[in-house]
Design a protein around this ligand. Sequence first.
Ligand SMILES: [Zn+2]
Length: 144
Amino acid sequence: MNRSDFLYLGTDKETIDVVILYPSIDNVSYVKMHATNSREFPYVRCEEDNCELCNEGSYALTKMWIPVYNIKEDRIQFWDRSSKFMHIALENIFNKYPDPSRYVFRITRHGVKGDLHTFYGLEPIAKNDIPYEDIAIRFSNYFV
Ligand SMILES: [Zn+2]
C-alpha cells in the first residue's frame, strides 16, 4: 500500500462520492499502527505482543481504515480515520442505513488544510446498484 491507496480530501468543501464497503456494522475493524516519518507510507503495522516499536516505547494508534469504492476513480481506497470516527459519525450512519454499501455517500470536507477542527460530512446521494460482493471480488487483493 502507498499514499494513493488512501482517500484524500485536501481542501475546504471538497467532495468525493464513494460506496462504503461495510455491508454491516459487523464488518467494521480496527488496525493498530505506529506513525513513521516515511514519505512513502506513514504507518507501520503494530505487531502487538512481539512489537519492536512498542518495546521501544512508541505509542500504537488505533485506526479505522474504512474501505471505500471511489466512484470517479473506479478503485478501492481506504479512508484513514481515528477509532473515534465510529462514535463521531459511523454509528449514526449504521443506525439509519444498516447496510451502507447499498448507497452512494458524498463525503464533504469542512475545514481548510491544517485546521485541527476539520470534520467530514457524510450524506447519501443515491442508491448503489452494484452488489457489495461484486465490488469486493473485483478488488479481492485488498480483502486478505
Ligand atoms: Zn506496536
